[in-house]
Design a protein around this ligand. Structure first.
Ligand SMILES: C[S@@+](CC[C@H](N)C(=O)[O-])C[C@H]1O[C@@H](n2cnc3c(N)ncnc32)[C@H](O)[C@@H]1O
Length: 319
């Protein structure tokens, strides 16, 4: 276990078991944390990593469009029409973590002329397959690669714009921002939509309670929350450190309401919204059953099961 893993783990223990108000006793939380920590230190509990996210999104790919039925209204705001209209040169865009191609399709519609090139990259083989079947256009190229590896290989001043919707939390931040800054042309734009730390906190606390109640069913630990910005200001500061200035930013939330706990769980799994969470447990069916029961007992509001996706989006220009 290296230092980063220890940092991730201790942050997770702190956040998940101490700071959050869980419906399990502090003593139970402490006992569970010690148990999982011990197994973690003896390498019997692993860290959820990009191979688990790939597995989650490969599973989600077929139904993933459900995400954009609810969250597409946010992704739509990062296509800056003024920027696209401002220049007649051929555009060269990158859609990082392109999923099933939602942003790429919107860009193709928005550009409105023939001279462009878009590269869509995604770690999930099944996501990329869907893109390739849906968008057959010689100006658009889809690659099934790790986005960070792709960025590292990208030439300097290559792209006019990089778009990344809902994928920032899965990647190491320093190589992401450094390489995008390098690979963008002067005044090129980076457009981001990202969940805020504490997004779907209602669901997260259900999962934390299951972790605390069933430590013996835990085989891995996950913490992506440290990559999520706490606020608009935090994102602005972070992106600013890498040499970007904001052109437009906004934060908000989308209410996610479902008629049944099962529908809520299906949505969370089908959209990858809890990517990696199922992989923390030794038994996927056990995990699903427990989550449904927690949702049923904790998240019912006016006959609906509700949680909130909180987000920040921003368009930033390379200085
Ligand atoms: C929530 S989806 C968003 C998809 C798309 N951007 C959209 O808005 O519809 C996150 C995507 O990031 C991809 N992803 C995760 N880690 C990645 C990485 N290291 N490189 C490239 N893609 C990655 C996942 O496979 C998934 O398709």
């Amino acid at each position: 276990m290296n230092l980063d893993q220890i940092k991730v783990y201790s942050k997770m223990g702190w956040d998940y078991f101490i700071n959050k108000r869980l419906d399990v006793s502090l003593w139970q939380q402490f006992k569970s944390l010690s148990k999982i920590s011990y197994r973690h230190l003896t390498n019997k509990v692993t860290i959820i990593d990009s191979s688990d996210f790939k597995a989650s999104y490969d599973m989600a790919a077929e139904c993933f469009d459900q995400w954009n039925e609810r969250m597409g209204i946010v992704s739509d705001k990062i296509v800056d029409l003024d920027y696209i209209a401002s220049n007649s040169r051929p555009w060269n865009f990158l859609d990082f973590g392109c999923g099933t191609g939602y942003v790429t399709s919107n860009l193709m519609k928005a550009i409105g002329h023939d001279e462009y090139k878009i590269t869509g990259i995604d770690l999930s083989t099944n996501m990329i397959e869907i893109c390739k079947n849906r968008i057959k256009d010689e100006r658009v190229n889809f690659l099934n690669v790790d986005g960070i590896e792709h960025l590292k290989e990208a030439p300097d001043a290559h792209y006019d714009g990089v778009f990344c919707t809902w994928a920032l939390e899965y990647v190491p931040q320093d190589p992401f921002f450094t390489n995008i800054h390098r690979a963008l042309k002067p005044h090129g734009q980076l457009a981001l939509a990202v969940s805020k730390r504490g997004t779907i906190i209602e669901v997260e606390s259900c999962i934390m309670e299951i972790l605390a109640e069933y430590p013996d069913m835990v085989k891995g630990v996950l913490d992506i929350s440290c990559f999520l910005p706490e606020s608009l200001e935090e994102l602005k500061k972070k992106v600013g450190k890498y040499g970007f200035t904001p052109v437009k930013m906004e934060d908000g939330f989308v209410e996610l309401s479902f008629d049944t706990p099962e529908e809520m769980l299906d949505w969370l799994l089908n959209t990858g919204d809890i990517a990696g969470a199922m992989q923390m447990f030794t038994d996927a069916d056990f995990f699903k059953k427990q989550v449904v029961e927690k949702i049923r007992s904790k998240l019912c509001k006016n006959g609906k099961y509700t949680t909130y996706q909180t987000y920040v989006y921003g368009i930033f220009a390379k200085q």
